[in-house]
Design a protein around this ligand. Structure first.
Ligand code: ADP
Length: 457
């Protein structure tokens, strides 16, 4: 069921229940008041009659006649007066004798002072009456027709009001819930229009103050992030296409040139070597891209285990030196005073970390004339810090914040020697390990890349 309808029903039922309780309380209170008033009137009439009988010379017969002639006026009151020994002193209408008094009832009246009960819809009152030192028990009974009519009218009015207010409440509830949920339905209409091709559309944030506006603002922030990452993906793909096009164009040109006429064997060898070079570049690029994709995965997709970081770094160093024998890479471990090398054991993925360190080490050698990089490993609290230092060209200040962006290459980067994905990949890998990657560099003096990895992760 839609929230709109749920709210309408809830509002109607709750308010109707409250109204019902109020109506019932009103009815009960009016009914009690009505009965109380009726008994008071009954008592007054009976007292008047008893006083009349006692104080005037009117005899019982006359009084009875008056009663019979005025029954309607006197509201059908039927009064009987007894002495405490159950002698009937007066009765309005002996032939009616509605209340069947008993000696016990008269005793109870004398003792209690007053009794009230209902008999066949008639209200009966019995009370003690004292006059000139004499005690009497008086019973008075009457049918409260006016009161009953009043209550019945009240019942009808309250029921009618309740039923009609039920309808009004339902309509008001429906209007209110529609009105308050309208921003949500507007938002649904808005969102339905947002597709991959118009990710720039945003939801109306209305008054910017209530919870719905908060939801719209959060949703817009999510769209901002989605749009950014969508744009980044698009840029990434076009960068890949661009990076692939250059070596592919070179390979095609080289092969076309070789095939354009008959050549010496030595020319063919040169052509094949050039093509091989370009193909190696392509292969490195595709490996780098694959690793980048792997490092962008969800962390749960990557296998982490206990590894020795010094072994990973030595592996990285050896692999680089095997490819570039002129590179000089030194690894130094500074275990501190206690000479305990436990800090070198961390939780991580050896392959990805090797790729990360290879990129930093290779850059260190690539961007320095001496082709040298020095690596220091030191313990830190709950982990290890690795500093990779070179005395190379250094990185310009204004470029420092860009070097970790995919496909970014600095002004110092020689053409054809890389694709600008090395540090982006390294950053992703260190992030995956919840580590920190920092760089300090000054132009002309060299750079230090600082990687901190924690055992606790
Ligand atoms: P690539 O090495 O393929 O150009 P990277 O992502 O590895 O791409 O590095 C990005 C840029 O950062 C490089 O082009 C270079 O300008 C700068 N850079 C990285 N490491 C160093 C370094 N050790 N010394 C000087 N510049 C560096």
């Amino acid at each position: 069921m839609k929230i709109r309808n749920q709210l309408t029903i809830l509002f109607t039922v709750l308010t109707a229940a409250i109204l019902l309780v109020f109506s019932l309380l009103t009815y009960i209170s009016v009914s009690n008041e009505n009965t109380r008033e009726f008994y008071n009137t009954l008592k007054k009439e009976a007292t008047t009659k008893a006083t009349l009988l006692q104080e005037t010379t009117v005899d019982a017969q006359t009084l009875q006649t008056i009663y019979l002639n005025n029954r309607e006026i006197l509201n059908e009151v039927e009064v009987a007066i007894y002495s405490p020994d159950f002698t009937l002193l007066y009765h309005d209408a002996v032939e009616i004798d509605f209340v069947k008094e008993t000696p016990e009832m008269i005793d109870e009246i004398i003792q209690e002072g007053e009794i009230r009960f209902v008999q066949d819809d008639w209200n009966v009152l019995g009370f003690r009456f004292e006059h000139n030192g004499e005690v009497f028990a008086i019973t008075a009974a009457a049918f409260n027709e006016a009161g009953k009519n009043k209550l019945s009218r009240l019942r009808q009015t309250l029921a009618g009001l309740w039923v009609s207010s039920l309808l009004i409440l339902f309509l008001v509830g429906r209007y209110m819930s529609r009105k308050s949920l309208k921003p949500v339905s507007d938002m649904v209409d808005n969102v339905e229009q947002i597709t991959a091709t118009n990710l720039d559309l945003r939801i109306d944030t209305g008054n910017n103050a209530d919870e719905i506006a908060e939801l719209a603002i959060t949703f817009n922030a999510m769209l901002d992030r989605l749009e950014d990452s969508f744009d980044a993906q698009k840029l990434f793909v076009s960068n890949i296409a661009h990076e692939l096009r250059t070596p592919l164009a070179a390979i095609i040109a080289e092969l076309e040139l070789a095939l354009s006429r008959d050549r010496e064997n030595a020319d063919y060898i040169v052509a094949i070597e050039n093509v091989l070079n370009d193909s190696r570049k392509l292969s490195r690029l595709s490996t780098g891209l694959l690793d980048l994709a792997k490092a962008s995965y969800d962390k749960t997709e990557i296998h982490f285990e206990e590894i020795r970081i010094d072994e990973v770094i030595v592996d990285a160093r050896n692999e680089i030196v095997k490819l570039q024998p002129n590179y000089n890479v030194n690894v130094m471990i500074d275990a501190g005073d206690d000479d305990n090398d436990d800090f070198l054991t961390i939780n991580g993925n050896a392959y990805l970390l090797k790729v990360a360190f290879m990129n930093i080490i290779e850059n260190g050698c690539k961007f320095s004339k001496t082709a040298e990089a020095n690596i220091h490993l030191e313990p830190i609290e709950h982990g290890v810090t690795i500093r990779i230092t070179d005395r190379g060209s250094g990185i310009a200040k204004d470029e420092l914040q860009n070097i970790f962006a995919p496909f970014y290459r600095g002004r110092n980067a020689p053409t054809g020697s890389g694709h600008g994905i090395g540090l982006a990949l390294t950053k992703k890998i260190i992030d995956l390990h919840r580590g920190e990657l920092d760089v300090r560099s000054s132009e002309g003096e060299g750079s230090t890349f600082i990687v901190s990895l924690s055992k606790l992760f």
